[in-house]
Design a protein around this ligand. Structure first.
Ligand code: NAD
Length: 320
């Protein structure tokens, strides 16, 4: 961290739907003191900064919001990358890779040239691979390169399970892990409502609940983005809030557990792949990866998701 250690400074690269939903949620939450907006379309960043500043009189805390240059990242604590192309109806996340890889090369280099020495947080899809791209380009330690991973998917899962069991999603403890995408998975062996294993609740009330319904919920989570994109062309509020949650966990030194995309170094028998896993997040970024006691079939699905991410990485970056 290069600033005085008291000011919480965030730079957002990419002021599209995702970047600005995040920025707006940051403002509403008062989650930082300084916010710099950057975009290849400088005029857009200027207009967005003006628009947010005009809400300051109604915000709960003051915030210094500007449209900036890459040199303004020098003393940022967190650079959040939301720039690049997004999915069109029917398109999967992986197909964005080559286009967004070029976008990232044009971003990470000037951020580093500014002297930035904080934490990278990546939202751009395919997020697990784009996070690995930033790790490779930046040379930062893995704990300081984080993707939003399956944070949003986990929130979608908790919301849907909360509705199914008529329980506040905050009391649903369940994770989506693996790729933020089609191969992600939900290990039901790890899912609790309150302190009760979800499968025990289902077994105890077979007239009300079923394992088939749980699997339909998991599939709905995986397909949620396709559904929203069909309906309104893009998804952004949920990810904006998920990014704020991650940023607050970092600034607050919370040591909260969130399913961000982090580098696996042997956990789950996986090496070098960035994937969504429950991580302890604190002031210095990812402090550790939690190793869940997965059942053998769950472990196999999780590893298959990681193998897919690794194969795509190797195919695209010829690192064989
Ligand atoms: P958008 O098109 O609205 O915004 C993208 C912005 O990036 C634009 O303002 C564009 O000018 C800017 N940009 C493009 N190239 C740039 C460059 N080289 N340097 C700086 N800025 C540049 O797209 P969006 O809907 O905001 O989506 C952004 C990304 O977030 C997409 O990849 C999308 O798939 C992803 N996304 C991720 C999640 C998640 O859970 N991680 C959820 C939703 C969307």
């Amino acid at each position: 961290m290069q600033n005085n250690g008291f000011t919480k400074k965030v730079a957002v690269v990419g002021t599209g739907f995702v970047g600005m939903s995040f920025a707006y949620a940051l403002l509403c939450d008062g989650a930082c003191d300084e916010l710099v907006l950057l975009d290849i379309d400088r005029e857009k960043a200027v207009g967005e900064a003006m628009d947010l500043n005009h809400g300051l009189a109604f915000a709960k805390t003051n915030m210094n919001i500007t449209a900036g240059e890459y040199r303004d990242c020098a003393d940022a604590d967190i650079v959040v990358i939301c720039a690049g192309v997004s999915q069109k109806p029917g398109e999967d996340r992986i197909s964005l890779l080559q286009r967004n890889r070029k976008v990232f090369e044009s971003i990470v280099e000037p951020v580093l040239a500014s002297g930035f020495d904080g934490i990278f947080l990546v939202a751009t899809n395919p997020v697990d691979i784009m996070t690995r791209v930033v790790y490779r380009l930046s040379g930062f330690s893995s704990g300081r390169v984080i993707g939003s991973g399956t944070t949003l998917d986990t929130a979608r899962l908790r919301y849907l399970l909360g509705a199914y069991f008529t329980v506040d999603p905050k009391n649903v403890h369940a994770y989506v892990i693996g790729e933020h995408g089609d191969s992600e998975m939900t290990p039901w062996s790890q899912a609790l409502v309150g302190t009760k294993p979800i499968r025990d609740i289902v077994a105890g009330q077979p007239d009300r609940f079923s394992l088939e319904a749980l699997d339909r919920i998991a599939a709905d989570v995986t397909n949620a983005a396709y559904r929203i994109i069909r309906a309104k062309n893009a998804t952004y509020y949920g990810i904006g809030l998920a990014l704020v949650r991650i940023v607050k966990a970092i600034f607050g030194g919370e040591n909260s557990v969130l399913t961000v995309s982090a580098k696996l170094c042997g956990e789950y028998g996986v090496q070098d792949v960035f994937a969504g896993v429950p991580c302890i997040l604190g002031r210095e970024g990812v402090r550790g990866v939690l190793t869940l006691e997965l059942e053998p079939h769950e472990m196999e699905r999780f590893r298959a998701s990681c193998r897919l991410l690794d194969r795509i990485w190797k195919d695209s970056f010829s690192e064989k």
